[in-house]
Structure formats: C-alpha cells, structure tokens
Design a protein around this ligand. Structure first.
Ligand code: NAD
Length: 241
C-alpha cells in the first residue's frame, strides 16, 4: 500500500529502459535486447567512434529511425501527471535517450545519458551546444562537421567510459527528495544504481516499479512488481489523488 504524498514531499523519479518497453523500444538486457548482434564496444565508446564514425552513425541512425515511430505509453503519461500535481517538488532523471517523457508532457527532467535526437561536436573542449537533429547519416561524407572547430559531429549520447550529464543537479535533487520512485531499471548500470543508496542516506522512502526485482532490491522500502504502464497510473492516483 503506497501512502499519499504530503504537501512537503519532494519526489525524485529515476527511469530506465523498462519505462519505454511498452512503447516498443527494447531494453538493454531484454530477450530482444538492443545490443544483440553488436558488441557494445563497437558502438558505444569514444574509441569506436574515432575508429569508425560511419559505422557508429549508421547504428544511431537506425535507432533514430525506430524512435521516430514510437509513442509514449501510460507510464510516461502517469509521470507527467505526477509532475503536474507536484510542480517544482518533482524531478525526473531518465537514463533513456528517447524523447517519450517529453512527448507525454514532462518538463522538469534531465537525460543523464543524453538524447538520441541530438547531435554535438566530438571535440571535448569545443563549446558548441548539442542541437536537435533527426537526420540520418549513413555515409561518411554525410557526417556534419562542427561550425566552430571543424571536428566531426557525434550523437549526443553518453558512451562507456564517459561521465553522465547533469550530475550536479541530480545529486542536489537526490539530497533534497523525500521519495525516490525508480521505474524499469535493472539496478546494475552505475552511477544510477547507487541513487537509491544516496537518497536513503537522506532518509528518503524508496519505491521500485518493474516486472522483476532489481539487482539493488535490498535498498528499496517497497517493490511493486508489474509493468510500468499498468502500475503507474494507479500508483500516481494513490500518491496525489
Ligand atoms: P536494462 O535493460 O538494464 O533494464 C531494464 C529493466 O526494465 C529490467 O530491470 C526489466 O525488468 C525492466 N522492464 C522490462 N519491461 C518493463 C516494463 N514494461 N515496465 C517496467 N520495467 C520493465 O535498462 P537500464 O537499467 O535502464 O540500463 C540500460 C542502459 O541502456 C541505460 O543507461 C539506457 O541509457 C540505455 N537504454 C536506453 C533505451 C531508451 O532510451 N529507451 C533503451 C535501451 C537501453
């Protein structure tokens, strides 16, 4: 039984690939997992991009094509409704690179692993900002270069060995939240897997929603087993009426 929120509660929501599963986007480790057929190091490291930018852009262009056809599901809409009820006492951190939370109306959110539909300069020191980009780059000659420094552009996604984005803001929100609601993430990908421990250190109550227990289950006060799209609409009603 989930307790209704009080007017003092601040909610930090962490979502992973599972929240988008019912929209038809495969999870990282699911049976029809995203990386099957690709070695991770071939498609998700800065070294791989330097070695073969054309292959990396083909991979992400295929993902862009797929993402352009999917729709937000009941879980994304339920979280947008929770945000509407809580206003600035709500914060959403997603590990997903899709735009389905935005499509459902979420506004107070960060993408800690970047966004598939954005492109940025591959030179670390370059200050050109990531920009919205739905184009597909299938040939090396099509890959754009940075107008500022001339380096090749890359997808704005966080690769293995890179530091996730917006971490200062995330740590601040973890410090002040009183409820951590985690949805559809296996609890093995760091640093997100440690957020529950951080929130608990500050006495937040921690709830997990997903069809199976996460690897960091021991840190949660409550685990609600089920698909996000089936559980969250009812849970949000219980939390905010
Ligand atoms: P993961 O694949 O490691 O785990 C997915 C979790 O979702 C599992 O625990 C599974 O039980 C759960 N799940 C499956 N169906 C669900 C449903 N209907 N409702 C709720 N939960 C469900 O994913 P992760 O922990 O998020 O880590 C994978 C990494 O891969 C992330 O960092 C993310 O950036 C990336 N990724 C993103 C997308 C996307 O943007 N949609 C998709 C795949 C992977």
């Amino acid at each position: 039984m989930i307790q209704p929120l009080s007017s003092h509660d601040r909610v930090f929501v962490l979502t992973g690939a599972g929240v988008s599963a019912e929209s038809g986007l495969p999870t990282f480790r699911g049976a029809d997992g995203l990386w099957r057929g690709y070695r991770v190091q071939d498609v998700a490291t800065p070294e791989a991009f330097r070695a073969n930018p054309e292959m990396i852009w083909q991979f992400y262009s295929e993902r862009r094509k797929r993402h352009a056809t999917v729709m937000a599901n009941a879980a994304h809409f339920a979280l947008a409704k929770l945000e509407q009820a809580l206003g600035e006492r709500f914060f959403l951190c997603t590990q997903n690179v899709d735009s389905l939370h935005e499509q459902a109306g979420s506004q107070r959110l960060v993408h800690m692993h970047g966004r598939l539909m954005q492109t940025r300069c591959s030179r670390e020191s370059c200050r050109t900002k990531p920009f919205a980009d739905e184009r597909l780059y299938m040939q090396r000659a099509e890959i754009p270069t940075c107008p500022q420094c001339g380096a090749m552009m890359r997808p704005h996604v966080c690769w293995f060995g890179e530091v996730p984005y917006s971490m200062d803001r995330i740590f601040e929100q973890l410090r002040i939240c009183s409820v951590l609601l985690t949805v559809g993430t296996s609890g093995v990908v760091e640093p997100a897997a440690s957020f529950v421990r951080m929130a608990r250190m500050n006495r937040a109550k921690a709830i997990y929603v997903g069809p199976e227990e996460p690897a960091n289950r021991a840190f949660f006060d409550a685990v609600v087993l089920g698909k996000a799209g089936e559980v969250l609409p009812g849970m949000v009603k219980e939390l905010v009426g």
